[in-house]
Write a protein that binds this ligand. Sequence first.
Ligand SMILES: NC(=O)c1ccc[n+]([C@@H]2O[C@H](COP(=O)([O-])OP(=O)(O)OC[C@H]3O[C@@H](n4cnc5c(N)ncnc54)[C@H](OP(=O)(O)O)[C@@H]3O)[C@@H](O)[C@H]2O)c1
Length: 161
Amino acid sequence: MLSGLVEALAGDGGRLSLLSRHASQHPGGIDCDYHDAAAFSRALEVAVERNGPIDLAIAWFHTLRIAAPRLLAEQVRGRMFQVLGSATADPAHPQRLATAAAVAEGLQGCQLRQVVLGFQVTGDGSRWLTNEEISGGVLDAVRTDRPLTIIGQVEPWAARP
Ligand SMILES: NC(=O)c1ccc[n+]([C@@H]2O[C@H](COP(=O)([O-])OP(=O)(O)OC[C@H]3O[C@@H](n4cnc5c(N)ncnc54)[C@H](OP(=O)(O)O)[C@@H]3O)[C@@H](O)[C@H]2O)c1
């Protein structure tokens, strides 16, 4: 869902590292499973060896109840954009954004930004975001540098697909 964002950032001329389980088929790709903390740490070390300190991180983790988000935050020397699912904005759980932000707590080098994936209300109901909307929305968040970006909408919560 973030491949369009990666292409846009690559077009900016920056040096990119892509970390996922099947990333090595792409330039800058480093294979690792973020559930494996040791493997994820090694992958971050490789990224820093290749490209230097991480001054911009875009992070999607399916869960934050693993070590990887904190391990990444510890390596960032600049901004880290945390991409979060719609459930983070569920009004029944108002503490979720703050809980997610705790991955960067106490880290001077990491400036955390949050991007929540919402939904789109249409004439006849609502739908989830397309990959293009997600990549475009995260790119906009990076370029405008807001602390919190909602792509699409999360209110009214009852209108979600
Ligand atoms: N709100 C909305 O409108 C909206 C729309 C679309 C998606 N979403 C949400 O966004 C999420 C992401 O969607 P997706 O289908 O692209 O899901 P995904 O399976 O989480 O994959 C996203 C990326 O994470 C990597 N990845 C997944 N598991 C990994 C692991 N254990 N270790 C390292 N990398 C891993 C994948 O690459 P590899 O497979 O190479 O590891 C892929 O590049 C979903 O939870 C979906 O519900 C929301």
